[in-house]
Design a binder for this molecule. Structure first.
Ligand code: CO8
Length: 260
């Protein structure tokens, strides 16, 4: 498929990584409807490709994404927004089976911040700025900002960020546990690829079921989450990779994963 708003590639350093670059630099990667369609199509294709073990999503040094495209929303009314039903697409990103890492440099604002939060991990450059400034244009977060951000940073800070539009620096985001690591701007992408490579080297079915179980912690009470975890744990004992992993350990050799 030909893409206009994104660039899709596999980094030379590791072809088991599926990388997507948001590519509307003149608009600070504002998330237009077309961009979101392309993004979902590219991520779902990587998700279905057995040769891909982990995905990385990034923008440019100046901006990961400065939010939903304001030009597409400015004159819309509620019914039009409702009929667009654009959040359904966001749910498809949340439903990806393989891990997705956001590599964030510069602005991650509004929908851009929400998109980063939808990813499983975030590697930030020192210049990254996270924020929900929708309040400054007369609206509020609409793609999970009031929920995902609050679960990570807590009520008081989420309330401040959403009600004032203040940005968080990369270091602040790191201290709060919003991002996994912070790297100099010239290295952040490499750092994200290194993390993705490590994950892509693990047994794929275990990675998939473990991701699923961690995400359950956000949507279920503890007891149900534990039950879900246990079932996924038992399920892994029917994979060839479980036998291989444990036998390789006993035989003091490196495992050879089959992804089965
Ligand atoms: N939408 C459309 N265009 C944008 C956006 C955006 N969100 N952000 C920046 N741009 C455009 C600017 O209009 C400008 O275009 P042009 O050169 O043609 O005039 C270009 O990008 C460069 O931007 P600036 O000149 O403003 O650059 P500055 O360095 O002066 O400022 C800022 C950078 C601070 C990031 C500034 O651009 C800004 O405040 N942008 C808007 C941030 C914002 O309010 N984001 C939230 C948008 S609402 C939202 O995300 C709701 C999400 C709900 C779910 C989404 C479902 C899809």
């Amino acid at each position: 498929m030909e893409y206009q708003c994104i660039r899709v590639y596999r980094p030379e350093s590791n072809p088991r990584i599926g990388a997507v670059q948001l590519n509307r630099p003149d608009k600070l990667n504002a998330l237009s409807l077309q961009l979101m369609d392309e993004l979902i199509s590219a991520l779902e294709a990587f998700d279905a490709d057995p040769d891909i073990g982990c995905m990385v999503l990034h923008g440019t040094e100046r901006a990961f994404a400065a939010g939903a495209d304001i030009d597409e929303m400015a004159d819309a009314d509620s019914v039009e927004m409702l009929l667009r039903d654009q959040f359904r697409k966001w749910e498809r990103i949340a439903a990806l089976k393989k891990p997705l890492i956001a590599a964030v440099s510069g602005y991650a604002l509004g929908g851009g911040c929400e998109l980063a939060l939808l990813c499983d991990m975030i590697v930030a450059s020192e210049t990254a700025q996270f924020g929900q400034p929708e309040i400054n244009i007369g609206v509020m977060p609409g793609a999970g900002g009031t929920q995902r951000l609050t679960r990570i940073v807590g009520k008081a800070l989420a309330m401040e960020l959403v009600l004032t539009g203040r940005f968080l620096s990369a270091q602040e985001a790191y201290r709060l546990g919003l991002v996994n690591r912070v790297a100099p701007v010239e290295l952040y992408l490499e750092e994200a690829f290194a993390l993705a490579s490590l994950i892509a080297s693990k047994p794929p079915i275990a990675v998939r079921l473990a991701k699923e179980a961690v995400l359950k912690a956000f949507s279920t009470p503890l007891e149900l989450g534990i039950e879900f975890e246990r079932k996924n744990f038992y399920l892994l004992f029917s994979t060839a990779d479980q036998k291989e992993g444990m036998h390789a350990f006993q035989q003091k050799r490196l495992p050879q994963w089959q992804g089965r």
